[in-house]
Design a protein around this ligand. Structure first.
Ligand SMILES: Cc1ncc(COP(=O)(O)O)c(C=O)c1O
Length: 382
């Protein structure tokens, strides 16, 4: 890849007229790869170029989205509109929910677990063995005892194992993370089952956080009613912006109980704004992108995006079965696991593969035609 030659990219002592050629070439290749990107939970179907003028101004949403800072070049009203939309989707009561647009699922999880830990400082953090790797990391960052709970055969948290682990920590508070759509196979943890385990173990102080970064929207708008949100027993929720909705940079939202967030809020410290977020300066562009996309789609448009993903995933399952690849799909998910093909096919189609399985991740940019082309290749490869 000559155009990425470090010597050509090196930044010298003196400025030179911008060499756009390697950037253009990189963009061209990134767009080209998009046509075979079937293995990651990112929607590549968007075009925010009409908002390009925001690349020529420094916006900063530092501090709380709902207070003003002295730096008044911000996009807070759009961020608040995005948060209101997601609060509605997550079945939250706006009067009791706080949150902000984050840098993605990891920051959303960190914030939710942090405010829960501040509410219950002695809490043990529980998450399944198939939870995102951010969870054990967050346990370490917050110095919380971390318990990895075994999963059942379908990849969901084994709630009997959770109950066993909870009773091993008598008198301690619990922060339990339910994964709504595991990264590996799209499994959705049993939220009511987690609540039942907490009750059966006699845990009196708890928070249940739903890491719905990947699967929240898929669960909300899928054919089956799957409990996943604030209306069905979660205290807090993490949702991604760049996964189902799509964005050029990672982003997400976190929603948590206002009563807990109030406990970590510092008045006026963030350039005059209240600080109730993890970072200092905050990206003012991603709220605009999310607003632009969501405003264009509306709730019904998002639902249709999701329904299309489920239809395409069902198509993939049928087609892969017809060529003997033993596909399987978690309830409510759009990841289709199938017998791993040759490494070269995995690489070409950006599929995550292990010795047994390849994972086809159906996001809105993945069409039935993509699936058919992949199946053709698999058929020819034998
Ligand atoms: C279930 C789940 N949680 C959290 C994350 C982390 O999100 P991010 O990479 O945006 O930090 C991911 C990302 O793949 C995920 O699938």
């Amino acid at each position: 890849m000559g155009f990425l030659d470090p010597e050509r990219l090196r930044i010298g002592e003196h400025g030179t007229p911008p060499d756009l050629a390697p950037l253009r070439e990189l963009a061209r290749r990134m767009r080209e790869e998009r046509d075979r990107m079937l293995g990651f939970p990112f929607n590549l179907d968007f075009d925010y170029r009409p908002l390009a003028e925001f690349l020529a101004v420094h916006g900063n949403n530092v501090g709380s989205p709902r207070t003003d800072s002295h730096y008044r070049i911000d996009t807070r009203p759009f961020e608040v509109a995005v948060l209101d939309f997601f609060t509605g989707v997550a079945g939250g009561d706006p009067a009791h929910v706080s949150g902000y647009v984050t840098t993605g699922g990891t920051e959303s999880n960190l914030f939710a677990v942090w405010v829960a830990r501040e509410r219950h400082p002695d809490a043990v953090l529980y998450a399944s063995a198939e939870a995102h790797y951010s969870l054990p990391k967050i346990g370490g960052l917050l110095r919380m005892p971390y318990v990895e709970v075994a999963t059942a055969d379908d990849g969901t948290m084994d709630t009997t194992a959770l109950l066993r682990e909870l009773v091993r920590h008598p008198g301690r508070a619990a922060v339990v993370t339910a994964t709504i759509g595991t990264t590996g196979r799209g499994a959705v943890d049993d939220l009511p089952g987690i609540r039942r385990a907490l009750a059966a173990a006699g845990v009196e102080r708890s928070r249940v956080h739903c890491d719905a970064a990947f699967g929240g929207l898929l669960a909300e708008f899928g054919d089956e009613a799957i409990p996943w949100n604030l209306a069905s027993g979660a205290d807090s929720v993490a949702l991604s912006g760049h996964k189902v909705i799509g964005a050029p940079m990672p982003c997400g939202v976190v929603l948590a109980p206002e009563a807990d967030v109030a406990g970590i809020r510092s008045a006026g410290v963030a350039v005059g704004a209240d600080d109730d977020t993890v970072t200092g300066s905050r990206d003012a562009v991603s709220p605009l992108l999310l607003w632009h996309r969501l405003h264009g789609l509306g709730r019904e448009g998002v639902a249709e995006l999701v329904r299309r993903c489920h239809r395409t995933a069902a198509h993939a399952q049928r087609e892969l079965a017809s060529i003997g690849r033993n596909p399987s799909r978690a309830r409510g998910g759009t990841i289709v696991l199938f017998d791993a093909p040759a490494e070269e096919v995995c690489r070409r189609w950006h599929l995550a593969c292990n010795e047994r399985h390849a994972a086809l991740v159906v996001m809105p940019h993945v069409t039935e035609q993509h699936v058919d082309r992949l199946c053709d290749e698999l058929r020819k490869a034998g």
